[in-house]
Ligand binder design. Structure first.
Ligand SMILES: Cc1cc2nc3c(=O)[nH]c(=O)nc-3n(C[C@H](O)[C@H](O)[C@H](O)COP(=O)(O)O)c2cc1C
Length: 176
């Protein structure tokens, strides 16, 4: 099962992420949890989130990049849900062996993230990657859709199709 943890502060204004979700939702065995719609008061149901994670084989953290990082509700979700004794620490093995895909959209172009002018993309991925590895998750090559400010609808749609294909490839690897 694929579980998409979706963190968009204004999902109704999304262009890129909305298309990605629309594509992902056409697949079987995909559960989408939209954190900002589920928890508008930031009062996260930790048990429900952990139960969803337990059902998943592939976990996707999907969000628009904000200030070179993640939206605050996703950070809170990580702080609360990936708890000691469950996700890490003594007997904290609930996530071990599952896979983690970071799926992020950015306003900036690929070149915007070149090391030297700005933090490189791999550097920006580090806190998420380290968090995943610390919990025993397998870190997959991230899915990135750049240039969302300037992309035409067709380009965003092509990016969303590329995201769907990434999930299909993962499902086919499980079946094969
Ligand atoms: C508060 C805020 C901070 C942002 N910070 C960044 C950033 O650091 N780097 C970047 O490339 N884009 C940044 N963006 C642009 C968003 O990543 C972009 O609007 C989003 O990926 C588009 O996806 P959507 O159509 O699903 O909203 C920021 C946008 C907002 C609202």
């Amino acid at each position: 099962m694929i579980l998409i943890i979706y963190a968009h502060p204004y999902p109704q204004h999304s262009h890129a992420n909305k298309r990605m979700l629309d594509q992902a939702s056409t697949l079987d065995s995909v559960e989408i949890r939209s954190l900002y719609q589920r928890y508008p008061d930031f009062n996260i149901d930790i048990a429900a989130e952990q139960a969803a994670l337990s059902r998943a084989d592939l976990i996707v953290w999907q969000h628009p990049m904000q200030w070179y990082s993640m939206p605050p509700l996703l950070k809170l979700w990580i702080d609360k849900v990936l708890s000691h004794g469950w996700a890490y620490g003594h007997e904290g093995t609930a996530l071990r062996g599952k896979e983690l895909l970071w799926a992020v959209t950015t306003g900036g172009s690929n070149h915007h993230f070149d090391i030297g002018a700005y933090p490189g993309f791999d550097v920006l991925a580090q806190p998420l990657q380290a968090t995943a590895l610390y919990c025993g998750l397998q870190w997959l090559e991230p899915f990135v859709m750049h240039d969302t400010f300037v992309s035409a609808d067709e380009t965003l749609e092509a990016g969303a199709q590329r995201f769907k294909q990434r999930l299909v490839d993962w499902q086919e690897r499980q079946d094969g």
